[in-house]
Design a protein around this ligand. Sequence first.
Ligand SMILES: O=c1ccn([C@@H]2O[C@H](COP(=O)(O)O)[C@@H](O)[C@H]2O)c(=O)[nH]1
Length: 280
Amino acid sequence: MTARTPFFDRLAERIERIDSVLSVGLDPDPARLPEDLRDRDLPRWAFNRRIIDATHEHAAVFKPNAAFYEDPEGWRALEETIAYAHGKGVPVLLDAKRADIGNTTRRYADLVDPDRDGPAADAITVNPYMGGDSLQPFLANETAGVFVLCRTSNPGGSDLQDLPLETGEPVYERVAALADLWNDHGNVGLVVGATQPEELEELREIVPDLPFLVPGIGAQGGDAEPAVEYGLAEGVGLINSSRGIVFAGDDAAGEGADAYASAAGQAAKRLKSRLNRYRA
Ligand SMILES: O=c1ccn([C@@H]2O[C@H](COP(=O)(O)O)[C@@H](O)[C@H]2O)c(=O)[nH]1
């Protein structure tokens, strides 16, 4: 399989090979990095490298959130991170929640273009609020995964996403139905929070074939069991934990970056096993 193999084929192969649906979120909050890395060149990259070394055997994907990299040093750290994850054979899902008018989205779509000047992510999260044309440059890329925000994990997700339309269906259900229509190339998935177990179940009925990215277990209090039960389509989907893994070593603060990495490795292994107990 190469970077030009459709994302969900690569993901299915990776899930089967390492027996894991775990997405390891790489959100290297600079304020929480181990002290012995803070004066390094690119501390976020130094941190991520150790986390990747410690967790890659358990990671179906790595999911860096773009918010933690949006400054000049950060983008360098992100590119190093993507290249290093690829070197370990792990796809990268960039949680960037992008979309804009078509002309602008074409620039955003460069982030998942394997021909770009620099390492490309394998999949990306996108925001459906501007409609189908705003997503077209992502959807047209047959090799990259496109995860559409549907019912998010945050408390305020209900403010707009739960509003009933004239048909009575909530907005998030319409988003799911549209995402299914946008899936001409088999490259579309949904983002549905683990904090919303009823919506997970409902959405699985509406779009039986779309894989979900399910964030919100761990630090946000979501339940892992429904996340696995409803998040996977034909066994393919991703359950994410970010802070719960990369900062599992907070209790070992003062013992250095290696102690952090070791704690992250153990946390990833434990969570993978727990998720596997719920897989059919
Ligand atoms: O609905 C959503 C969409 C995205 N996220 C992102 O996932 C991780 C979750 O981090 P944790 O530390 O495991 O809580 C983070 O990058 C969020 O921005 C989400 O939580 N909910």
